[in-house]
Design a protein around this ligand. Sequence first.
Ligand code: ADE
Length: 247
Amino acid sequence: MRIDILSLFPGMFAGPFDASIIARARESGAVEIAIHNPRDYTEDKHHVVDDYAYGGGPGMVMKPEPIFDCVDAVQAMTEPRAKVVLLTPQGRLLTHEVVAELAAEPRLILICGHYEGVDERVREHLCEDEISIGDYVLSGGEPAAIVLVDAVTRQQPGVLGSELSLEEESHAQGLLEYPQYTRPAEYRGHAIPDILLSGHHAEIAKWRRRQSIIRTARRRPDLLAKADLTDEERQLATDAAHAINDE
Ligand code: ADE
């Protein structure tokens, strides 16, 4: 998959894209990431990328021309045409389902807004999708683009050590993940659950499934509506929500 990012502050991506899973995914070719500055697509002497808002009001608005020209140039760099996505607090929320949908695209162009926003014509006539990473306002789309790239990259085939990790992690099945422990088996007087030392894989899998359901019922009951649960598991969730079945 190829992801092109348009940003007035390319330096913001240096750390996150050069470490850990994203760095490895880039090295292996599972994901190709390129950053482009719309300022390089201005034609005036001062490379102006923003201007006052028509109608007045505080703050500056990103001009349409450098963004349109930059996207045109980036689209022309390779095939197929990329889906163009604007990062904005007004977009649809980035959930597990939206990540999976975007991860299946062969190419994405992510536009990071800044200042008071971008000229509405960018939204209307250039972008096919608008994504928000949460109901709060960031100073620019860059941190949101980093979040999106991270989430989409770990969905690419071969990026995680084991494809099983993807299926088991939080949200993959509409549930939060079960608790994880590593050595030592007892630390500062806190022992890990006995079942994990039993060596009974089927029993451990059952325990983990129950823990996922209890945890989700208590922390994120809103997720349960969409989760695929048996009648018995639904009852477990109801009991857990009422703090019965404590284990
Ligand atoms: N730009 C500013 N705030 C944002 C948010 N919450 N999500 C995506 N892009 C943004």
